[in-house]
Write a protein that binds this ligand. Structure first.
Ligand code: PAF
Length: 281
């Protein structure tokens, strides 16, 4: 496994793959890897011959400098996990190469970045697209994998890729779940056993929504069903429930006529958990 500390080293490595007519997959990460990242690596391995993972804690997507400083890092452990997962190349670019002195270029999906989660995290998605566009340009992969769990991020990146005509197949990878349905998250370890059990209401309510959607329920009925299922769980506090058009995240109402994305967040004993599902008529 090649570890590159500069963009030039990574480009030289990728050039050897290209020379051998190999297809290249990219998994951008901010490090401190978990099962979800390994699922992205597995998807990239399935789709291509060589997999490059980037590890870069991107300052422009954090609202507060303190959040950036507090972001967990464990490079040695990340490298070991990626080696075991069969990754070919890791790029850990220095911040001064990603954002050179005097940098003034941003990339923003002007509508999609400033709705839903973008309203509570101003500038976040602009930071994501700005860095992902740069990572795409550094590595120039054929395929890039992102988690469906961060559904808005996935749609924003797909839109940017289309608008800027990057010749990259951006793939969403389904959320990795515990056997009982709980979406995997590094936050799950902070749940008490009772809250861990109660948190199953998230995947349960999404499954019920899917069944209702297939049976002809309207968006409003699906919203009520999810909200009432979650509020019936005394340990849960519903924080966010958005049901939007699955492709462009626009508002929808009435009968479910095309796929809809449900984005859900709820707190359990002070731990905020997210889940999402795309439901089709
Ligand atoms: O999902 C993440 O970890 C980050 O937002 C990403 C896509 C690596 C960009 O910094």
């Amino acid at each position: 496994m090649k570890i590159c500390r500069t963009i030039a080293e990574c480009r030289a490595e990728v050039a050897t793959y290209r020379k051998a007519q190999q297809r290249v997959g990219l998994v951008p990460t901010m490090g401190f890897l978990h099962e979800g990242h390994l699922a992205l690596v597995a998807a990239a391995k399935d789709a291509t011959d060589r997999v490059v993972v980037t590890i870069f804690v991107n300052p422009t997507q954090f609202g507060e400098a303190s959040d950036l400083d507090a972001y967990p890092r464990d490079e040695a452990r990340d490298f070991e996990m990626l080696r075991a997962a069969g990754v070919d190349c890791i790029l850990v670019p220095p911040v001064e190469e990603v954002y050179p002195e005097g940098d003034e270029t941003i990339v923003e999906t002007t509508r999609m970045a400033n709705m839903l989660h973008g309203l509570v995290r101003p500038g976040h998605f602009r930071g994501v697209t700005t860095v992902v566009a740069r990572l795409f340009n550094f590595v120039q992969p054929d395929v890039a994998c992102f988690g469906e769990k961060d559904y808005q991020q996935l749609r924003v990146i797909k839109r940017m890729t289309r608008d800027l005509a990057f010749p990259i197949d951006v793939r969403g990878v389904p959320t990795v779940r515990e056997p009982d349905g709980l979406a995997m998250s590094s936050r799950n370890v902070r749940l008490t056993p009772e809250d861990r059990q109660a948190a199953l209401v998230l995947s349960r309510s999404l499954a019920a929504a899917e069944t209702a959607g297939k049976a002809g329920a309207t968006i409003e009925e699906i919203r009520d069903l999810i909200a009432s299922t979650i509020t019936a769980e005394p340990r849960a506090t519903l924080r966010g429930l958005d049901i939007v058009e699955a492709d462009d995240l626009s508002e929808i109402s009435g009968p479910l006529t095309s796929p809809a994305a449900i984005m859900l967040s709820a707190e359990f004993g002070g731990v905020l958990l997210l889940d999402q599902r795309v439901v089709s008529p």
